[in-house]
Design a protein around this ligand. Sequence first.
Ligand code: HEC
Length: 149
Amino acid sequence: MKQFSDTNYSASYAKQILMTALIMLSFVVISSRSHAQAKAPWVSPKAAQDVKNPIAGDKASLVDGKKLYATNCAPCHGDKGRGDGPAAAALSPKPADHSSALVQSETDGSLFYKLSEGRNPMPAYKAILNDHQRWALVNYIRTLAKVKK
Ligand code: HEC
């Protein structure tokens, strides 16, 4: 009888150790994953960077871009593209500052790729807006530069 309860005890002890180990392991996996996501810079593929903008940044395109931006992008990126829209506080990573030298240093093709594909928590716009509209947004983002060229 004593033998039986001892075996029982060690079996449940082993189970407890196993459960603790599993829980610890899942913490390590979860924290390393979110770490990796926060750190990895977002780089467009070279082929996408080289794509030329087929739409001139003329008045008509900028009027379109501005409207589309106010409706679709400003909630996160802010009216002036500073990354400070009303939804920004709750997001991680934070929305990019479109007026920054970093964003402005990217090619039109790279910006087009990123807004087409999205990256969590930013949605992908390729199924929501057509090519013409997405290039108009790239043209509009250029007008948000802190120091205009
Ligand atoms: C739900 C919030 C949200 C909305 C809406 C949103 N974005 Fe973003 N955007 C983000 C976040 C967050 C990032 C940073 C993502 C990252 O670094 O992983 C980002 C990054 C970007 C980048 C990349 C900047 C860079 O150089 O790396 C571009 C371009 C961009 N957004 C354009 C747009 C445009 C244009 C729209 C509207 C059509 C839009 N975004 C709508 C949240 C949003």
